[in-house]
Ligand binder design. Structure first.
Ligand code: CS2
Ligand code: MG
Length: 412
C-alpha cells in the first residue's frame, strides 16, 4: 500500500488550521494536523515543498521508518515547524493503518487503559463575577476540571481572558477565546508581575470558597515568571490544592525548575512549546515537573509523543496534552486516542472548538462523565469537509506580544 498523494489544506473557519491529507494507492485516506499558531504557512510550506515529494511512493505501513526518515533524513532536527510537519505525516499514517486494520486507533496503541480521558475546560473572566459564571457554565456542561484565568487589576487585557464580549458565545458565559488575532501584525499587551502575584491567590481563595474543594482547578502562568517568582506563586497557591500550575517560568533552562521545586508542592506542568523528548530530559529525570504538555500536533505525532510519555512514565510524570483551539480537532482526536491507551495519562486540555471549526472538522469524540472517549470507528474517527474548508481562506493572524510597564519586551 503506497502513498499516492499528499495534499496540504490551509483553511480558516474562525482561525487558521493546517491539515495534511495522505491518500494511498488503495484509496485509503489519513488525516494529520500541522497547525502552529501564528506560523501556519511555515509548516504548510515545509510539508508541501519539502516533505510531500518525499512521501509519494513510500510504503504507508512503514510509520517508524518514515518518522526516522523525516527526522534524521532532514539533517536539521527538532523545532516547532519541523516537528509539527512530521507530526502531521505520522498522525495521517497511523490513521491509515488503523483504518486498514478496521480498528479505532487506540486499539493499535495497546487498547484502552481507562474508560475515558479526564479533560479540563477554560473558565475565565475579567473579574470574579464573570469568572464564577464561566466556572458554573463549565460545571453545568459536565466538566470536572477547569482552568482558572482572570484579569489583573490595573491591566487592560491579560492572557487567557476573552478581551471583549464580542468573543462571547452562546449565553455569554463561554468565550471563543482566540489569542491569535487576525491582523497583519501582532497586537501588544502589557504586564505587571507584582500586580499579578498579589492578585492570583485571592482569586483561588474566592473560587474555592464558592465552588468547594472537589473541582480540579488549574492555572496557566504562561511563561511569565522568574524562578523565584514562580516559587512564590506555587507556595501561595498551596492552600487551594491546584491540580497543576502551568508554565510557571520559561523552561528552555530546565534547571530553573530546581529552584521552584525546592519551594513548593503545587504540581507543575510544562511543555506546550516543547517538541521532542530532549526538551524534557532534565525536567523528567529529576522529577522537576508532574505533567508534560506536548500535544501530538507539535511533537512529532503519535510516534513522537508516545516516546516522550514512555520516558516520563519511568519517573512518574504524567501526560497533560495541550488542547487549545489552535490544535485542530484532528490533533485533539489523536491526543485522545493516545491518552486512552497510555498508562501514565494525567489530563487532556479541551478548550472546545467553535461551531464553525466543527463544521469543517467532524470528530466522533464523546464528551461525558467529565472526559472524552473516541468512538469505535476505524482510524482517528475524523472527517474533513474539504469543500467547506476551501471556502475559508487563510488570514494572517499572530499571537500577541507582551511588554512590562516600562516597555521591556516580556514573554506573552
Ligand atoms: C495556552 C494556549 O492552552 C494553553 O495552555 O497556553 O492557549 C496558548 O496560549 C495557545 O495555544 C498559543 O497558540
Ligand atoms: Mg498553556
Amino acid at each position: 500500500m503506497l502513498i499516492a498523494s499528499a495534499d496540504v489544506i490551509v483553511t480558516s473557519p474562525g482561525r487558521n488550521f493546517v491539515t495534511l491529507k495522505l491518500t494511498t494507492s488503495d484509496g485509503v485516506v489519513g488525516w494529520g494536523d500541522a497547525t502552529l499558531n501564528g506560523r501556519e504557512l511555515s509548516v504548510a510550506s515545509y510539508l508541501r515543498d519539502h516533505l510531500a515529494p518525499l512521501l509519494l511512493g513510500r510504503d504507508a505501513h512503514r510509520i517508524e521508518d518514515t518518522w526516522q526518515y523525516l527526522y534524521r533524513g532532514g539533517y536539521w532536527r527538532r523545532g516547532p515547524v519541523t516537528m509539527a510537519a512530521i507530526a502531521a505525516v505520522d498522525t495521517a499514517l497511523w490513521d491509515i493503518k488503523a483504518k486498514v486494520a478496521g480498528l479505532p486507533l487506540y486499539q493499535l496503541l495497546g487498547g484502552a487503559s481507562r474508560e475515558r480521558c479526564l479533560v479540563y475546560g477554560h473558565a475565565s473572566g475579567k473579574d470574579l463575577p464573570e469568572l464564577f459564571d464561566s466556572v458554573r457554565a463549565h460545571l453545568a456542561e459536565g466538566f470536572r476540571a477547569v482552568r482558572i484565568q482572570t484579569g489583573v487589576p490595573g491591566l487592560d487585557s491579560v492572557y487567557g481572558v476573552a478581551s471583549s464580549e464580542a468573543a462571547a458565545v452562546g449565553d455569554g458565559t463561554r468565550y471563543d477565546y482566540e489569542p491569535a488575532r487576525r491582523s497583519p501584525r501582532p497586537t501588544e499587551e502589557s504586564w505587571d508581575t507584582r500586580a499579578y502575584l498579589r492578585h492570583v491567590p485571592s482569586v483561588f481563595e474566592a473560587v474555592r470558597n464558592e465552588f468547594g474543594p472537589e473541582v480540579a482547578l488549574l492555572h496557566d502562568a504562561h511563561h511569565r515568571l522568574t524562578p523565584v517568582q514562580a516559587a512564590r506563586l506555587g507556595r501561595s497557591l498551596e492552600p487551594y490544592d491546584l491540580f497543576w500550575l502551568e508554565d510557571v517560568t520559561p523552561a528552555e533552562n530546565q534547571e530553573a525548575l530546581r529552584l521552584v521545586r525546592q519551594h513548593t508542592t503545587t504540581p507543575l506542568a510544562i511543555g506546550e512549546v516543547f517538541n521532542t523528548v530532549w526538551d524534557y530530559q532534565t525536567l523528567i529525570r529529576e522529577q522537576l515537573i508532574d505533567y508534560v504538555r506536548s500535544p501530538v500536533t507539535h511533537a512529532g505525532g503519535i510516534t513522537g509523543v508516545r516516546r516522550i510519555l514512555d520516558y516520563a512514565g519511568m519517573y512518574q510524570v504524567k501526560s497533560g496534552m495541550h488542547g487549545p483551539t489552535d490544535v485542530s480537532p484532528i490533533g485533539l482526536s489523536a491526543a485522545v486516542h493516545l491518552g486512552l491507551a497510555v498508562h501514565n495519562f494525567g489530563i487532556q486540555e479541551y478548550m472546545v472548538h467553535s461551531e464553525r471549526t466543527g463544521e469543517v472538522f467532524g470528530t466522533t469524540l464523546d464528551f461525558s462523565g467529565g472526559g472524552l472517549r473516541p468512538s469505535e470507528e476505524p482510524g482517528l474517527g475524523v472527517h474533513v469537509d474539504e469543500e467547506l474548508a476551501a471556502r475559508y481562506e487563510y488570514e494572517p493572524a499572530y499571537l500577541p506580544t507582551n511588554r512590562l510597564l516600562d516597555g521591556t519586551l516580556h514573554d506573552w
